[in-house]
Design a protein around this ligand. Structure first.
Ligand code: ATP
Length: 504
């Protein structure tokens, strides 16, 4: 637990237990609910409540402004269902799969490539030792294990052994199912395609199969020339899209981190192949800055550059922007140099030219693509966790969400100090006035201190209180969420004052 003191406030940003606290706060305050909760819930799916939908909308809006309010990026909203050939061309039908195993006893299902993470380090070492004993004189296999452990890159070497064709099956025999505890009960690994299948039209046969898109990017690739010619764009230019994506993940976990339905914010930037590195570096920097500009703690953000031998076959460069979640570092956005792979494949599969005519060099070529691919829902979780603070103020504790005001679901709350003497009428008038431009909240229930605490938990940056002095001089108090400092502002100045502070 990290504690610090600022102006008499003891601040504790508790990074060891916040996921549980966040899930409970999210439900209590209406950020996120379990999907279909009254039926026992649907795994890997979540519903965004009144505060959550505002926060998510604000994140997407900030992204949209940052990415498309510029002269070289246009927006798109492609449909979720696409021609099935799209997913053949993209490689998803063939390759978008995870290796899956089942426990024959309790039927629990696991992803083989991350199974090791369910065991303590001690258990992993013990299992590797048993495996080596079992292999006794097979020196080549001993060497293989040693080589993997000597050079695991940034993977867990235990998982790499599990994924190895020769060693994986033998290591599985040494393991107990993390759920029921039985030993040697795993099936062989098989490929599990993560795309959700459905049927278009009334006949459910193989000719009618379509997929729920597992990423928004393909909608951009296939519309590349449509957008380019409609908007008369010249390279380099980008196409941005925000939308739902679906992946039938084998194991969902960590709240919104890995879900089966989620939202992505993707931008594909089309460049002359000779300029790919320049633009890759440019977007890499821009995207990290975006998270910082919205108040995410810089020390909890980092790049994870993919080593060359771990790159996808089509990628020339790739990095993840990672956030330090309470359960460890996790990707929130990927930046990739996808070369000419995607447009080349769509050209091949559709038979339509997707080449760009470059007037400057009088040449036709397939542009390279620099992709920035962020999860809106994963970013939502990172912003929520990053904003969460527990503080002790004059012996009392408060939970406060220190959102950047641009992301805060409610921008200001208005309270009449008491429900008499004409104060509610003035407060209602202020509310109606501010509501024209801001999401505001009116609260007249309970002691004013409790009303402040409720807004702290919702992350509301400003609370406005109408009191007896208002009757005399037409001023109200404006209390700032983080410092809890109060200033008096004239009612006629209020809207301008708040809009200025919120940077609108
Ligand atoms: P991971 O390795 O975590 O599965 P990925 O490398 O497959 O992620 P991409 O295909 O690059 O992810 O997707 C881009 C972004 O979409 C990710 O950075 C993440 O923010 C988001 N994302 C991907 N899968 C999920 C999911 N199952 N639930 C929530 N967000 C997701």
């Amino acid at each position: 637990m990290n504690s610090s003191k600022q102006g008499g406030i003891i601040i504790e940003n508790n990074s060891s237990t916040t996921v549980e606290k966040i899930v409970s706060l999210a439900k209590r305050r209406g950020f996120v609910f379990q999907s279909s909760e009254i039926y026992g819930g649907l795994n890997g799916c979540w519903d965004y409540g009144p505060l959550g939908v505002e926060l998510l909308k604000n994140i997407k809006e900030e992204w949209w402004k940052a990415m498309t309010y510029r002269d070289d990026v246009e927006g798109l909203d492609a449909s979720i269902l696409m021609h099935p050939r799209v997913w053949e061309a993209s490689g998803h039908v063939e390759n978008f799969s995870d290796p899956m195993i089942d426990c024959k006893k309790c039927k629990s299902r696991y992803r083989l490539d991350v199974l090791g993470d369910s065991f303590s380090e001690k258990k992993q070492i013990k299992a590797i030792e048993s495996l080596k004993n079992k292999l006794n004189d097979k020196e080549d296999l001993h060497k293989k294990i040693d080589d993997i452990y000597a050079n695991p890159g940034d993977e867990n070497p235990f998982n790499l052994v599990l994924e190895n064709d020769q060693l994986g099956v033998l290591l599985l025999e040494e393991l107990n199912c993390p759920q029921c505890g039985n030993k040697n009960t795993f099936t062989e690994a098989r490929k599990f395609n993560l795309m959700f299948k459905t049927f278009i039209g009334p006949v459910e046969d193989s000719g009618a199969v379509v997929y729920l898109r597992p990423e928004t990017a393909q909608g951009i690739f296939v519309n590349f020339l449509n957008v380019q010619s409609a908007s008369r764009l010249k390279l380099p230019f980008g196409i941005a899209q925000v939308g739902k994506a679906f992946r039938n993940e084998i194991n969902t976990k960590n709240f919104l981190f890995r879900t089966r339905e989620f939202e992505q914010m993707e931008m594909q930037y089309f460049v002359n192949p000779k300029e790919d590195t320049k633009w890759y570096n440019y977007w890499k920097e821009m995207r990290l800055e975006w998270f910082k500009s919205l108040g995410m703690t810089p020390s909890k953000l980092r790049y994870h550059d993919h080593p060359v031998d771990k790159l996808a076959h089509y990628a020339k460069d790739a990095t993840d922007i990672e956030y330090e979640f309470p359960f460890g570092w996790g990707e929130i956005e990927g930046i990739h140099n996808r070369t000419d792979f995607d447009l080349g494949r769509h050209e091949e599969y559709s038979g339509k030219s997707l080449k760009y005519y470059d007037e400057t060099v009088k040449e036709k070529y397939i542009p390279y693509i620099i992709e920035t691919s962020a999860g809106a829902s994963r970013s939502f979780m990172a912003f929520l966790i990053d904003a969460y603070y527990e503080e002790e103020v004059k012996g009392e504790s408060r939970v406060v969400l220190k959102f950047n005001p641009r992301l805060a679901p409610i921008k200001a709350a208005i309270f009449p100090l008491v429900n008499k003497d004409g104060l509610p009428e003035i407060a209602r008038k202020i509310e109606a006035d501010l509501r024209k431009s801001l999401k505001v909240f009116y609260d007249d229930k309970g002691a004013v201190g409790r009303r402040y605490r409720r807004q702290d938990e919702a992350g509301t940056p400003y609370c406005i209180t109408v009191d007896n002095q208002t009757l005399e001089d037409q001023t109200v108090t404006v209390r700032e969420r983080d410092t809890m400092e109060q200033e008096r502002v004239g009612i006629d100045q209020l809207a301008g004052n708040l809009l200025g502070k919120l940077h609108y």
